[in-house]
Design a binder for this molecule. Structure first.
Ligand SMILES: O=C(O)C(=O)C[C@H](O)[C@H](O)COP(=O)(O)O
Length: 208
């Protein structure tokens, strides 16, 4: 799998912050059932590597990756846990080298033309655009597509059902990411029906 393949699997990548590792498998099943098989588990919580491992082992239809990869060792331990892809909010040469070394597809984060060009110099054409809304939103991303049409982005940060379609309509957007599919209270209460419903609403967004 290459990073661009993630764009073809689903219009939305749920960004998951998991405290309870026991929630990982039912949560992943609910997202898959709703039509969103690509799942990003952020490394913001200590349970993330175990959650990734559980989903990789027990939910074969899910494509589980690691988010909030900010240190080289984050890339290594995510790969060891069984992550199928990596996502970072920004990128440095060291972090890029560590992600490349895993052999996994990855979406490095950028917010400016210079950051995007630096990655293009390494042949990387799939990137995360973060923080999407705060950095300028769909209008900004559309403008980047003028001089840099070869890059496809996964915008993340401030995206929800209300504005996802605006991004997905852009030619340089492969998919969008966001945490709105997995509200903290739904995870706490084990309300998997609600998660599946949010996922199916989002899965229906694909316009192409
Ligand atoms: O954790 C990471 O790797 C990030 O880079 C940031 C997340 O993608 C966003 O925080 C999700 O944004 P919201 O949907 O606005 O909650």
């Amino acid at each position: 799998m290459i990073a661009e393949d993630l764009f073809d699997l689903a219009p939305v990548i749920p960004v998951v912050v998991l405290d309870d590792v026991e929630a990982a498998v039912p949560l992943a099943r609910a997202l898959v059932e709703g039509g969103l098989p690509v799942i990003e588990v952020t490394l913001r919580t200590p349970s993330a590597p175990a959650a990734i491992a559980r989903i990789a082992a027990e939910v074969p239809d899910a494509v589980v990756g690691a988010g909030t990869v900010v240190r080289p060792e984050d890339a290594e331990r995510s790969a060891a846990a069984g992550a199928k892809f990596l996502v970072s909010p920004g990128c440095t040469a060291r972090l890029q080298a560590a992600m490349v070394a895993t052999g996994l597809p990855f979406l490095p984060g950028v917010a400016t033309a210079s950051e995007a060009i630096a990655l293009l110099e390494s042949g990387i054409t799939a990137m995360k655009f973060f923080p999407a809304e705060a950095a300028g939103g769909a209008a900004y991303l559309k403008a980047l597509g003028g001089p840099l049409p070869q890059i496809r982005f996964c915008p993340t940060g401030g995206i929800g059902l209300r504005n996802a379609a605006e991004y997905l309509a852009l030619g340089n957007v492969g998919c969008v990411g966001g945490s709105w599919l997995t509200p903290a209270d739904a995870l706490r209460d084990g309300d998997w029906d609600r998660v599946a419903k949010l996922a199916s609403e989002a899965a229906a967004l694909r316009t192409t």
